[in-house]
Design a binder for this molecule. Structure first.
Ligand SMILES: Cc1cc2nc3c(=O)[nH]c(=O)nc-3n(C[C@H](O)[C@H](O)[C@H](O)COP(=O)(O)OP(=O)(O)OC[C@H]3O[C@@H](n4cnc5c(N)ncnc54)[C@H](O)[C@@H]3O)c2cc1C
Length: 539
């Protein structure tokens, strides 16, 4: 124990896409002494924890990976259009091996606190097992969707059946055959899990608070010819991805939505529907993000698709969103979701106006007193997105100020990567960055590259670096202005924090688009890291 190294140039929290690339960049390319601390028992982040049936990515496999290394991209062959959880985990383990990362990864190590010592300009990082480590730089790669929202339903501890949380799924296979199963939640994870669980369960009851618009995934193997074309065009794909609105190599329709007759619109949307995937939105029309009538026009078209798929009109109606939903909420991808509700053993129960009152010893009781008995309950209750994981760590900066107190009314950052009063602390895909609104590996790479440039600069100047208060204030205001020009803040979503009781309602991601945000960061770097203050490391 005593000869264990505890002082580092940089400590990184999290061993998902963010943490692994940060380690590679800082250690392999910049020669720093780095340690990655990870709460889980292995690498993967999201893909380590989310092992529920049907768990997979909605970004297409050819863009859901690192693009910083040509050889890495070419040597890894994804088998399907959307990679499933085990395959992404294998990919990340391959990355670990390829870049010799394992020796600086420490698992089963949950960081509980990180305090700045202003006199020495170092961060002291405490872990759940009582160990402390210190470093000059602290980088959080804790993920936007890794603070699972454990519901506080009364009685949940007394339930005698099996309980499962989609974001904390067991590593061994879970068997539902012959069981009565209840699932609470109908977000993206539930949309993936429900058709698979329905294949096993004798009876499945789905408790839905908010219906979603869902587009077909059209999942399947990638034809060899398509894979070969992508290999040939890799550089163009990378450029397009990095310079796109959402980190996906698709462009919006050129002709404005308003200039489409209903027939023309149907043709365009049906074409995109048949292709499937997130391109329905990001290669569709941009007007629905800004204009309510345009939004509702697409919504009405999607309502029609639900009616076509779901036979029972009452169930179809319950599955149809009644509020602003399209484009301002993450669109799940459908692999038989709607059709599942045509099965006689699958039931949909709306809980918007009749919420869960309690979990009983045998199942679920709703506010109107109705009771449901289950052998297993699956909680698909989502995440405390973007700020949740950071706020769960006791991070203290200058004057002992706690980050969660500074952010009590909502997060305040500069570029979503740094916050005033917390020098040498950098966040990968923090709040007010495009992170969660983009194909995340694309944003993660860009963030890590910017952060490592900043660290290089601070080392070169022998300085500590943090954003100025003025730069932070301007960034927060800019984000609000950009978001308020759209319909996003009006919707009750994880983007606005509306899914978490008591969370301040703030629009969390940055909406400058991936290409716009990248340009802003490049400009900051070119202008001598404008908005950042470099102070002597001596204090
Ligand atoms: C079901 C699901 C589907 C998704 N699909 C897509 C998709 O289609 N496209 C897309 O772009 N993104 C998708 N995402 C988002 C996904 O999170 C990112 O793509 C990406 O995996 C984020 O990587 P990360 O390293 O930033 O964070 P994560 O993968 O979340 O990793 C963060 C790690 O930090 C660790 N950690 C957190 N706090 C602490 C602490 N205090 N101490 C120690 N360790 C800590 C966590 O244990 C975790 O392992 C999806 C997310 C989910 C949950």
């Amino acid at each position: 124990m005593s000869d264990q190294v505890t002082e580092f140039d940089a400590i990184v929290i999290g061993a998902g896409f963010s943490g692994l690339y940060t380690l590679h960049r800082l250690r392999n390319e910049m020669g720093l002494k780095v340690k990655v601390l990870e709460a889980g028992g292995g690498v993967g982040g999201t893909w380590y924890w989310n092992r529920y049936p049907g768990a997979r990515c909605d970004s297409e496999s050819f863009i859901y990976g690192y693009m910083f290394d040509d050889k890495l991209w070419h040597e890894w062959e994804w088998t399907e259009r959307y990679p499933e959880q085990p395959e992404i985990l294998r990919y990340l383990n391959h990355v670990v091996e390829r870049f010799d990362l394992a020796r600086d990864l420490q698992f089963n190590t949950k960081v509980t606190a990180a305090h700045l010592d202003e006199a020495t300009a170092t961060w002291t990082v405490a872990t759940e097992d009582g160990t402390t480590l210190s470093s000059r730089f602290l980088i959080t790669g804790v993920g936007c969707l890794s603070a699972w929202n454990t519901p506080d339903f009364p009685g949940i501890e007394d339930y005698r059946g099996n309980k499962y949380f989609t974001g904390l799924w067991p590593h061994e296979p879970v068997e539902f055959t012959g069981q009565r199963v209840g699932i609470i939640g109908t977000g993206a994870s539930a949309v993936q899990a429900i058709p698979r669980i329905a294949q096993q369960a004798a009876d499945l009851t789905v408790f839905q608070r908010t219906p979603n618009y869902i587009v077909p995934a059209n999942h399947g193997p990638v034809p060899e010819q398509v894979a070969a074309e992508r290999r040939q065009n890799f550089e163009a794909i990378r450029e397009h991805t990095r310079n796109s609105a959402f980190g996906m190599p698709y462009d919006f329709q050129a002709k404005p939505l308003a200039e489409h007759s209903d027939e023309e619109l149907h043709e365009v949307l049906q074409g995109r529907w048949d292709i499937g995937g997130l391109s329905f939105m990001v290669a569709g029309f941009h007007e629905p993000i800004f204009d309510l009538e345009a939004n509702l026009r697409i919504g009405r078209w999607l309502d029609g698709r639900i009616k076509e798929k779901v036979h029972d009109p009452v169930t179809a109606d319950l599955l149809t969103p009644k509020k602003l939903t399209y484009a301002v909420k993450r669109i799940p991808l459908d692999s038989g979701y709607f059709e599942t509700f045509n099965l006689p053993h699958v039931h949909l129960v709306g809980i918007k106006d009749n919420p869960v009152d309690a979990i009983t010893a045998t199942g679920v009781r709703l506010a109107d007193g109705s009771e449901y008995e289950f052998d297993s309950i699956v909680f698909a209750t989502g995440f405390d997105s973007t700020t949740g994981t950071l706020n769960r760590i006791d991070i203290r900066g200058r004057g002992g100020q706690a980050l969660r107190e500074k952010w009590a009314d909502g997060p305040r950052t500069y570029l979503g990567m740094s916050t005033a009063g917390f020098p040498n602390l950098f966040m990968v895909t923090g709040p007010q960055s495009p992170g969660v609104l983009s194909n995340m590996p694309t944003s993660i790479e860009q963030h890590v590259q910017f952060i490592s440039q900043l660290i290089e600069e601070a080392i070169g100047r022998d300085a500590v670096v943090e954003p100025t208060q003025a730069a932070e204030d301007a960034w927060v205001e800019h984000n609000e202005v950009v978001a308020n020009a759209t319909l996003f803040p009006l919707a009750d979503t994880t983007y606005t924090g509306a899914n978490i009781p008591g969370k301040p309602r703030r629009f969390l991601p940055n909406l400058d688009t991936v290409v716009g945000y990248r340009a802003k960061c490049d400009e900051v770097a070119t202008n001598d890291f404008e908005g950042f203050a470099f102070a002597s490391a001596e204090g």
